[in-house]
Design a protein around this ligand. Structure first.
Ligand code: NAD
Ligand code: ZN
Length: 389
C-alpha cells in the first residue's frame, strides 16, 4: 500500500517521504509486526530501492534473537533481497530509477586500499557493521514510525517495501535475471560458493570436506561439485541435513555424534591421510579446528567461513602448519559486491549453479514470521518472501 503516486517519467531524485509497509522487530525474539512506516528520501550517495523479493538468512535470526549482543530495537531486519531503484540521492551516477539491484550487507566503495586490491573485498568504508543501525553519511535512520526512528540492519533493511541503501552496497544486475531466484545470491549462497571457487579452489578430482550443511555449506558443496571434486564429505551434527545434501553433490556423510574419536581422525582414516580441501560453515570453533586438522599435510587447505562466538580461540599445534597445511578465512566468499555479484548473476546457469534447490519455501510478506518458524525448526534452506506491492 503506497500512498505516493508518482508519474512514470519522474526525475531521478525524489525528495518525498514514502509511506509503506515494513516488518518491524520491536523486541528481541518477538514476532515481527507489519507496520506502516515512513521512508525518507535518499541522501548523498544513497539510493531508495523498492524491494520485490527478500529471503531470510541465519544472520537476521541471530541478531533478532540478540543473544549475547547489545540489542538495537526497534529495527528492520533483512539483507538478502532484490529490488528496483526508485530514486537516487546526490552524487549517485551509476544507478538510475528502474535499475535492478541486489542490496549487499557489505559494500565496495571502489576508492579504498581494499577495493583497489584485487585480493580483498574488505572495503574500509562499507565493511559490514552489525552494531550500526543508521546511515553512514549522517548517522541518522531513514525509517520512522509516527516520527520515531527505527534502526537499520547491516545497511540493507530489506524487510520493507522501500529501503534506503548506500550506493556502494548495491550490485546492479541484468534486468532479465529472475529476481525471485537471484535474490539469494546477495548473501549466503555467494558466500559458500565463493568460499569453494575463490578460496579453497579444489582441483578436479579432489576430496573436499564440508563442515555444516546449512545454506552456506550446501552452497560450498555446490561450488566443490562445480569445480569437479570427486568426493564431497558432508559433516553435520544434524542427520536430517544429509538427505537434502545429496542434491548438492555431497557424496558421503559423517555425523560426529556417531564417533568416539575426534572427527578429524575419522576423516584422516577415510581419506588416506586427509582431505585436499575443507570448508567450515558452522560457526563452531571446535568444528573449525577439526576442519583444519583434517586436511592432508603437504597441500591441504582449510577455509573458515562460520562466524565464531565472541570469546572463542582457535587452538592447534604449530606443527600442523609447518607440515604444509594452509589455513584461510573468507568473508562473503571473497566476492566484491559491485564488481563480482553482477557477473555471478549473469553466469550462474552456465556455471551449473542450481539456485532452485536452495529455495525450499515461499511466503507472502504478510506471513514473514512463518519464514522465521521454518528456519528455527531447521526445515528451510531458503524461504523467499514476496513483497505484496
Ligand atoms: P546454518 O545454521 O543453517 O547451518 C549450520 C550447520 O552447521 C547446521 O546444519 C548445524 O547442524 C551444523 N553444525 C553446527 N555445529 C556443528 C559441528 N560442531 N559440527 C558439524 N556441524 C555442525 O547456518 P548457515 O546459514 O549455513 O551459516 C553457516 C555459518 O556461516 C554461520 O556461522 C554464519 O554466521 C556464517 N556466515 C559467514 C559469512 C561470511 O562471510 N564469512 C556469511 C554468511 C554466513
Ligand atoms: Zn572500499
Amino acid at each position: 500500500m503506497i500512498h505516493l503516486h508518482r508519474k512514470e517519467n519522474m526525475s531521478s531524485t525524489n525528495s518525498q517521504v514514502i509511506r509503506c509497509k515494513a516488518a518491524v522487530a520491536w523486541e528481541a525474539g518477538k514476532p515481527l509486526v507489519i507496520e506502516e512506516v515512513e521512508v525518507a528520501p535518499p541522501q548523498k550517495m544513497e539510493v531508495r530501492v523498492k524491494i520485490l523479493f527478500t529471503s531470510l538468512c541465519h544472520t537476521d535470526v541471530h541478531f533478532w534473537e540478540a543473544k549475547g549482543q547489545t540489542p538495537l530495537f526497534p529495527r528492520i531486519f533483512g539483507h538478502e533481497a532484490g529490488g528496483i531503484v526508485e530514486s537516487v540521492g546526490e552524487g549517485v551516477t551509476e544507478l538510475a530509477p528502474g535499475d535492478h539491484v541486489l542490496p549487499v550487507f557489505t559494500g565496495e566503495c571502489k576508492e579504498c586500499r581494499h577495493c583497489k586490491s584485487a585480493e580483498s573485498n574488505m572495503c574500509d568504508l562499507l565493511r559490514i557493521n552489525t552494531d550500526r543501525g543508521v546511515m553512514i553519511g549522517d548517522g541518522k535512520s531513514r525509517f520512522s514510525k509516527d516520527g520515531k526512528p527505527i534502526y537499520h540492519f547491516v545497511g540493507t533493511s530489506t524487510f520493507s517495501e522501500y529501503t534506503v541503501v548506500h550506493v556502494g552496497c548495491l550490485a546492479k544486475i541484468n534486468p532479465a535475471a529472475p529476481m525471485d531466484k537471484v535474490c539469494i545470491l546477495s548473501c549466503g549462497i555467494s558466500t559458500g560458493l565463493g568460499a569453494a571457487l575463490n578460496v579453497a579452489k579444489p582441483i578436479k578430482g579432489s576430496t573436499v570436506a564440508i563442515f555444516g550443511l546449512g545454506a552456506v555449506g550446501l552452497a560450498a558443496a555446490e561450488g566443490a561439485r562445480i569445480a569437479g571434486s570427486s568426493r564431497i564429505i558432508g559433516v553435520d551434527l544434524n542427520a536430517n541435513r544429509f538427505n537434502e545434501a545429496k542434491k548438492f553433490g555431497v557424496t558421503e556423510f559423517v555425523n560426529p555424534k556417531d564417533h568416539d574419536k575426534p572427527i578429524q581422525e575419522v576423516l584422516l582414516g577415510m581419506t588416506d591421510g586427509g582431505v585436499d580441501r575443507s570448508i567450515e560453515c558452522t560457526g563452531n570453533v571446535s568444528a573449525m579446528i577439526s576442519a583444519f586438522e583434517c586436511v592432508h599435510d603437504g597441500w591441504g587447505v582449510a577455509v573458515l567461513v562460520g562466524v565464531p562466538n565472541k570469546d572463542d580461540a582457535f587452538k592447534t599445534h604449530p606443527m600442523n602448519l609447518l607440515n604444509e597445511r594452509t589455513l584461510k578465512g573468507t568473508f562473503f566468499g571473497n566476492y566484491k559486491p559491485r564488481t563480482d555479484i553482477p557477473v555471478v548473476v549473469e553466469r550462474y546457469k552456465e556455471m551449473g549453479l542450481e539456485l532452485d534447490k536452495f529455495i525450499t519455501h515461499r511466503v507472502p510478506f504478510s506471513e514473514i514470521n512463518k519464514a522465521f518458524d521454518y528456519m528455527l525448526r531447521g526445515e528451510s534452506i531458503r524461504c523467499i518472501i514476496t513483497m505484496d506491492n
